[in-house]
Design a protein around this ligand. Structure first.
Ligand code: GDP
Ligand code: ZN
Length: 297
């Protein structure tokens, strides 16, 4: 038996990378009986069959055992993801920090560490990226500045991905594919104008797939979240996703303080003193009120 990782699933077969080989695997009957569904990203033990697959492209094997999962992401469904890199560009398209905050919430909600990549810094003549980097590094996020076309920050990003399973999230056109190609040219991902990709997208069914990196590790190949709606989150839980509130809230006067209107709120004090960025707190209040409205309905 050897150990490997499920990197994709197509038409009832699982493709497992073990050492440097990819095996076309079927699952042992017991998984079906016990309703143990296998996920992309699962670490498994396989037994090699010493046969070729139908078209002769792969060696075949049988999945005998799933190793314990470290975590399980729901959207998209993938196991054992170590980190998410939220990519946005400083221009074309312009950064949408409200969207970034929603991405951060959704990633953290799934128990996955989030970091931020600001791409296309070559076209930021005002160096706005420095302001954004400062806001988010102060909170405690890793922020990586890159230019995929001018090869800036690529070594840093590559190092960050090394030996980890990473999820690249971010809007279309921010440069995710260009960045991944810069990290590893052999990936040969399609890049380019938004409209062309959308046209092509209509004819291709997207499936979740882990792309192995030569330096070790995997990157999840997906267009990102299908939606950035946080409507399923309870308003009162929202504060837990704002990391910078955490060190203040135990000192708030009221237990369960929502950090919005209560007297003696240390989070609001920290905003007033400039220790918490006002834009983040404003964003929090807006989202909180939206979520409260949904519940009352
Ligand atoms: P994706 O949809 O996030 O995968 O974005 P793409 O990788 O397809 O890139 C979208 C467009 O942005 C392409 O035309 C790229 O050439 C361009 N692009 C990507 N990275 C950079 C960068 O660092 N600087 C500049 N100026 N353009 C970039
Ligand atoms: Zn408070």
């Amino acid at each position: 038996m050897i150990q490997g990782k499920i990197i994709k699933g197509i038409a009832g077969f699982y493709y497992v990378k073990a050492n440097e080989t990819i095996y076309e695997c079927s699952a042992r009957g017991v998984f079906r009986k016990q309703d143990l569904s296998l996920l992309i990203g699962d670490d498994v033990e396989i037994e090699i069959e010493h046969k070729q697959s139908l078209r002769g492209e792969y060696k075949t094997a049988i999945i005998q055992k799933i190793l314990p999962r470290r975590n399980k992401m729901v959207r998209p469904p993938v196991a054992n993801v170590d980190q998410a890199v939220i990519v946005f560009s400083i221009n074309y398209p312009k950064p949408n920090l409200d969207l970034l905050d929603r991405f951060l919430i959704l990633v953290q909600e799934q128990g996955i560490e989030a970091s931020i990549c600001i791409n296309k810094i070559d076209i930021d003549d005002k160096e706005e990226y420095i302001t954004i980097k400062n806001i988010y590094s102060k909170i405690g996020y890793t922020v990586i500045l890159t230019s995929a076309v001018e090869n800036q920050g690529i070594d840093l990003l590559r190092n960050y991905l090394k030996n980890k399973t990473s999820f690249f999230a971010g809007n279309s056109g921010v440069g995710k594919s260009t960045l991944l190609n810069a990290i590893q040219p052999s990936l040969g991902l399609e890049t380019g104008a938004l409209s062309e990709k959308i046209k092509r997208g209509k004819h291709t069914t997207r499936h979740v797939e882990l792309m192995p990196l030569e330096i070790g590790g995997y990157v999840l190949d997906t267009p990102g979240f299908s939606s950035v709606s946080i409507d399923h989150i309870e308003a009162d839980d929202l504060k837990n996703y704002f990391k910078e509130f955490q060190s203040y809230e135990s000192a708030c006067k009221f237990v369960g303080c929502s950090h919005i209107h209560e007297p003696g709120c240390r989070v609001k004090d920290a905003v007033a003193q400039g220790d918490i960025h006002p834009r983040r707190h404003e964003g929090y209040v807006t989202m909180y009120n939206q979520l409260k409205d949904i519940r009352r309905w």
